[in-house]
Design a protein around this ligand. Structure first.
Ligand SMILES: [Zn+2]
Ligand SMILES: [Zn+2]
Length: 645
């Protein structure tokens, strides 16, 4: 028997007999690993664990922690769902059943309607089938045989899918009585699926085409342990309470209007003020790091984006151009600020002594998204980036990168995102010709990013082949208070735009040189950031940021004037204060304002008015006692200063 060499992700190489499977390799390493491993990635392709390996290969064994491992787990669960449905609903037909980011679904055409009330019975059936440890049997079939199989079943959906496939590429997977057209990969058998929850039922057009039949989509999720499912369901409950769309309404921060247009958020007074505070906060730190604010228009000539390359890449999926009535000019809604900033760089000669130049703009951009993809503030058609472009010399790259990281870290600290990781995206070392810019510059930029991340003590994941064609980048992922991950800030090196816009500076040698561009947006966009912040804090913003810091509650109408006086005094010393003069019992007023997440409630009555004091109640803590108005003001100011130091 011949031997083959298997290369592991850590670079280690081991020899095995040809024909060994990934599962057997896992067993040879440790029984525990063999138990935990869910799928394999062989030469970069996710595959089943029980496929014989007959050539030298790279091998990654995917566990639950790996996206590919989870994917195989959930994909197998969707087959299990289909098998359960086939047993419970004879004559049911199947569309597609993929794994998704969180769980899986199957689209079905059922002779009998399926509603959410039916889900527990289906779940039970799935659990029963999972326990019987059904193997996922893979077979390669000819197109003719595939057509025969599904014609016999009368499943026109699968037949349509087979129609689009080439002969020789078709595989079936069978678990128990259910055979599916599928590419895989899956688990070896169903026994690892220990906890299942079917979450919802929705309508979905076959192939996403509204002219075709509406199928029933059943969503579910599954886990290798019951406790993991319990945790997930608790998280979902909490996420519902924190949904930024719900909180945004309750706290009167933003709104949408169909008359204005889908995906175009409008900021209400409290939301606008909050956004201004966030912008002011960022402006202040950026000024400290030498950024200069610029302002550019919301549209630009189509040619601008042809020059930048954005039109070639995104033009077909953008808003259509706007034309002028007489001159025949064509404009596009601005999808990115960079081309405008390149033009600003170009407006006068630059010398090596002028660099780095840092242009910042809270720039509104517009990008077309399909209406079905829109979601609150996280998927919109118009948004404002906290954008900046840095034009630097190659020898300045490291220092500038470190400064940008400092800004991001300061933001995370101030806004209490304490759990985050950074992903460094580098070139694919085997495909260097795919990328624009010299080898030497890339090496310099990549080592600068890695060094900057290390110098700043970031927890990083390095991904080869994930860089854009025009430069390497660093992305920040934050984990929110209930464990969900969000991608926030990004820092991106760019060799492409300086080339396309022919940007130069005069060097010490009196010769023209190309600057390197860095794009960076620590928040990403104001809209998305506020959404993440709402869901992270559950609407309990830090004191410096929160729309209303204090509400004065007179215990009866008699004290409305005094309440007004207190509010005026505090507002004059820049403590955002409102009064609640509704004709309600004081208990009710306290409850209502606590629900609005107001940090301080100031209760005033006879005694308070006589002594010129307020009785302070702190959100989540209760009574703090009485104090003079000025003392309360000083106390809040001190807390705010501590938050943003
Ligand atoms: Zn499958
Ligand atoms: Zn940019």
């Amino acid at each position: 028997m011949s031997t083959i060499k298997i290369t592991f992700p850590d670079g280690g190489i081991r020899e095995y007999e040809s024909g060994i499977t990934a599962k057997q390799i896992a067993e040879s390493i440790s029984p525990r690993l063999a138990q935990e491993v869910l799928s394999a990635t062989i030469n970069g392709n996710p595959t089943d664990l029980n496929i014989p390996i007959v050539e030298d290969a790279t091998l990654k064994l995917n566990k639950w922690e790996d996206a590919d491992g989870k994917h195989a787990f959930w994909h197998t669960s969707s087959h299990l769902l289909a098998e359960a449905l086939q047993e419970l609903y004879p004559g049911i037909k199947f569309g597609i059943g993929p794994a998704i980011e969180n769980g899986f679904y199957y689209d079905v055409d059922s002779p009998k309607p399926i509603t959410e009330a039916d889900l527990p019975i289906i779940e039970k059936k799935m659990e029963e089938l999972a326990r019987s440890k059904e193997p996922m049997c893979r077979t390669e079939v000819s197109k003719a045989d595939a057509i025969k199989e599904f014609s016999a079943k009368g499943d026109e959906y699968k037949l349509e899918l087979i129609d689009g496939l080439d002969d020789g590429t078709i595989t079936f997977y069978r678990n128990g009585s259910f055979t599916d057209l599928c590419r895989g990969p899956h688990l070896v058998d169903t026994s690892a699926i220990k906890a299942i929850k079917l979450l919802s039922v929705a309508g979905a057009y076959w192939r996403g085409d509204e002219k075709r039949k509406m199928l029933t989509r059943i969503y579910g999720i599954s886990f290798p342990k019951k406790s993991m499912l319990d945790e997930y369901l608790a998280m979902l409950e909490e996420a519902k309470k924190r949904d930024h769309r719900k909180l945004g309404k309750e706290l009167e921060l933003f709104m949408f209007s169909n008359r204005v247009g889908q995906g175009l958020p409008m900021w209400l007074p409290k939301g606008a003020a909050l956004r201004e505070r966030l912008e002011g906060f960022l402006r202040k730190i950026q000024k400290k790091y030498g950024y200069e604010q610029v302002i550019t228009p919301h549209i630009g000539m189509k040619d601008l984006y042809v020059t930048s390359g954005h039109f070639a890449k995104y033009g077909a999926d953008s808003f259509r151009p706007i034309t002028t009535p007489y001159e025949g000019e064509e404009f596009l809604l601005k999808p990115m600020n960079c081309p405008h900033h390149c033009e600003i760089y170009r407006h006068k000669p630059r010398s090596y002594r002028d660099l780095p130049i840092r242009f910042a703009e809270f720039g509104a951009v517009y990008r077309y998204e399909q209406s079905g993809e829109l979601h609150g503030l996280t998927r919109v058609r118009g948004f404002t980036q906290d954008d900046a472009h840095l034009f630097v010399r190659p020898d300045q790259l490291l220092e500038e990168f470190e400064n940008v990281i400092d800004i991001v870290l300061y933001i995370f600290k101030t806004l209490k995102f304490n759990d985050f990781t950074a992903q460094v995206s580098l070139r694919d070392p085997n495909n260097k010709e795919k990328y624009i810019g010299s080898d030497e510059n890339w090496d310099k930029a990549e080592s600068a990013i890695i060094k900057a991340a290390a110098d700043k003590g970031l927890q990083t994941i390095v991904e080869y082949g994930e860089a854009a064609f025009y430069g390497p980048k660093l992305d920040f992922m934050v984990k929110d208070a209930i464990g969900r991950k969000w991608q926030l800030g990004t820092i991106q090196v760019d060799y492409n735009l300086p080339e396309r816009f022919d940007l130069t500076y005069t060097g010490a040698d009196d010769q023209p040189h190309r600057p390197i561009m860095i794009h960076r947006a620590p928040f990403g966009s104001m809209e998305r950031f506020v959404a993440v912040l709402l869901e992270h804090t559950g609407g309990k913003f830090p004191l410096w940021l929160t729309p209303v810091q204090a509400v004065v509650l007179p215990i009866s109408e008699k004290f409305n004037d005094y309440a007004q006086k207190v509010a005026d005094l505090l507002n004059n010393s820049e403590i955002r204060t409102e009064i609640d003069v509704r004709n309600e019992k004081i208990g009710r007023k306290i409850r209502d304002n606590e629900l609005k997440r107001i940090p301080f409630l100031l209760i005033v009555g006879e005694k308070e008015q006589e002594e010129n004091i307020v009785s302070v109640r702190i959100q989540g803590e209760g009574d703090k006692g009485a104090m003079p108005i000025a003392d309360f003001g000083a106390y809040v100011k001190e807390l705010v200063e501590k938050e943003i130091e």
